[in-house]
Design a binder for this molecule. Structure first.
Ligand code: UDP
Length: 390
């Protein structure tokens, strides 16, 4: 087999997982990242003041139903049991400000309406008295909420939060965003319903560092990729923003970026890792208290982030692809460009402009790498390799 020379642009999950697989297959892999650390937006770092492991770019909780992906991450780092239990501060049906449990569950419903319903009663109450069952096939975020929880719960928990998070009306967003969250008629307050859930004992950066730790793999930080370098490699895997690869020549795809206002507290600030704020008047979407992401550690001090969302401007770190109607048309044009670009595969949340969770990112990276190596070993001709499905 001829040894290939490959470049990964981005030292996040996609670049690390694909790079590792190619290195294990005997190829020579270089991973570049413009930042001064590996891990992309999963990057974790111990806070100098408090010793707390901080999720520098916002909370990342690992959850999956994919046993192979779960085994893969556990092969590099010990995962400690962790259940994501999110709270939200908002106003109940009578306008009283309270702390509620998320995702919307029987506790949330009973507390919000000041009732003591059992599961069947709550289900009947929501479906018959709250939900707008005239919406047969919800298309937008708002329709999805109106159809499954009704106006009152929608306005208290989703409307204000979503306007803050996405900077537009929920009627302009796809239903798929809300479909991420379940509604439960029992007291299960586990935010995710996946079989496996946990937190890497020493943080995501330690885990990704171990994935990248292979003799066939070289990592270069603070190294900005230039499209002109593509010809120096047999193939490039690009996990940066799709529009950025093409120098934004067709225009900019919309992303939301986040600003974090860090503060420390002597003790336990909010008693949980994530407190959302449903009211639109509160300018931030949520406060994260990072020591609660590592409940097996003990810290007297605490470090918290108030999280503000806004439209990403040139130079900002993109976090969430918006994918509204306008972006979808432009995205289609960029996809055509990417498919006509030989020798480059676009991967990951930014490279394919999708709202991907970590487990899906790893699954796609593994599949991409396996398929690629298969083609490479089978012959010398480069496969007509397409970007990941969009
Ligand atoms: N959401 C909301 N209220 C909440 C939590 C979430 O309206 O208290 C909406 C919001 O639009 C968000 C989406 O549901 O973008 C998906 O939530 P998730 O917790 O999956 O968002 P992430 O953690 O990825 O930011």
């Amino acid at each position: 087999m001829t040894q290939g020379k490959f470049l990964m642009v981005g030292a996040g999950l996609s670049g690390a997982v694909i790079g590792r697989h190619l290195a294990e297959a005997g190829h020579q892999v270089t991973v570049v990242d413009s930042r001064d650390h590996i891990g992309g937006n999963c990057h974790t770092r111990r806070d100098a003041d408090t010793g707390v492991m901080v999720h520098v770019y916002g909370p990342h909780i690992f959850h999956t139903d994919d046993a192979e992906v779960w085994d893969y991450v556990n092969g590099f780092e010990t995962f400690k049991p962790y259940k994501n239990r999110v709270k939200t501060t908002s106003q109940d049906a009578a306008g009283k400000r309270q702390v509620f449990s998320l995702p919307v569950n029987l506790h949330t419903i009973n507390q919000f309406f000041d009732k003591t319903m059992r599961p069947d009663e709550a289900r009947a109450f929501i479906t018959q008295e709250q939900a707008d069952t005239s919406i047969a096939d919800p298309q937008t975020f708002e329709e999805q909420a109106m159809r499954f929880v009704g106006r009152e719960l929608y306005e208290a928990f989703f409307k204000g939060y979503t306007i803050k998070q996405w900077g537009c009306q929920p009627s302009e967003l796809p239903a798929s965003i809300l479909k991420r969250l379940p509604v439960r008629f029992n007291y299960d307050d586990n935010y995710f319903f996946h079989k496996y859930q946990g937190m890497p004992e020493n943080g995501y950066t330690a885990m990704i560092g171990k994935i990248l730790d292979h003799p066939g793999l070289t990592v270069k930080l603070e190294t900005v990729f230039d499209r002109a370098q593509t010809g120096e490699y047999d193939h490039v895997f690009y996990s940066g923003p799709l529009d950025g690869y093409f120098g934004y020549e067709l225009g900019r795809l919309g992303y939301r970026t986040l600003d974090f206002e860090r503060f420390t507290y002597d003790g336990d600030y909010q008693g949980c890792a994530v407190m959302n704020y449903g009211e639109q008047e509160v300018p931030y979407t949520r406060i994260t208290e990072h020591k609660h992401f590592s409940p097996w550690e003990d810290h007297a001090g605490s470090v918290c982030y108030r999280e503000f969302s806004r439209a990403a401007e040139p130079g900002d770190i993109p976090y969430y692809p918006i994918r509204q109607v306008a972006e979808k048309a432009l995205l289609g044009d960029y996809v055509k460009l990417s498919e006509a670009t030989k020798g480059v595969t676009f991967v990951g949340r930014l490279g394919t402009y999708r709202y991907l969770d970590m487990d899906v990112t790893i699954r796609e990276a593994l599949d991409t790498a396996v398929e690629f190596v298969g083609h490479w070993t089978a012959g010398t001709a480069m496969p007509a390799f397409q970007s990941a499905p969009l």
